[in-house]
Design a protein around this ligand. Structure first.
Ligand code: ATP
Ligand code: MG
Length: 178
């Protein structure tokens, strides 16, 4: 055990609900401690999530950006080049933000999906995380976290689905899903 302060790498993965919202809970906690948080949302874009408006209240202390279009056709050859371009741009910004030291916490929301859809090479992410400034916290979300990322992470949580309203045919609800 050590009481030294250091930045951590966290992963919220697994099939159950709560990966993104748990990351936002951690971000809220960090902002309350005077930290600055950048949350970049890979692939997301078409839905308007309540959190996008809520973080405005925090000014520049908690910035959230949607970096995608919200609908991605998966499967190697079928992947739209435009989606790949957007993932590339999101990763560029993420990488610069991590290395800049301008942020105390960076949330890479849904980045695990971009990796598992073969839109982003996990070795690039691992390389950048290895170079991150000591004190920066990074949270990665999305199902199917790549084993190489799980390996370098400090805290990994797998959400397990016990049941989900969707299975009863209940569609996404305001305030719960968006
Ligand atoms: P949330 O954003 O609510 O924390 P999440 O980040 O864990 O969810 P994602 O994989 O990003 O989940 O999927 C986002 C959307 O899919 C959310 O609207 C969420 O409610 C829904 N969802 C998550 N898990 C399930 C599931 N097991 N069955 C059906 N829908 C799900
Ligand atoms: Mg999510």
């Amino acid at each position: 055990m050590t009481d030294a302060r250091r930045g951590l790498i966290l992963i919220n993965t697994g099939p159950g609900k709560g990966k993104t919202t748990a990351a936002m809970g951690t971000a809220l906690r960090a902002v309350g401690n005077g930290m600055r948080v950048l949350m970049l949302q890979f692939l997301k874009g078409s839905w308007h999530y309540g959190e996008l408006d809520a973080v405005e209240a925090f000014g520049g202390k908690w910035v959230m950006k949607q970096m995608g279009r919200g609908f991605v056709k998966i499967g190697g050859a079928e992947t739209d080049p435009e989606d790949i371009r957007m993932v590339e741009a999101a990763w560029d910004e993420a990488r610069q933000a991590i290395l800049s030291g301008d942020w105390d916490m960076i949330v890479l929301d849904e980045i695990n999906y971009a990796i598992s859809y073969n839109m982003l090479d996990p070795t690039r992410v691992v390389e950048t995380l290895r170079q991150k400034p000591e004190m920066v916290h990074v949270i990665l979300t999305g199902r199917n976290a790549h084993p190489s990322l799980v390996e370098i992470a400090d805290t990994v949580t797998e959400m397990r689905e016990v049941k989900h309203a969707y299975q009863k045919g209940i569609l996404a609800q305001r305030g719960i899903e968006y």
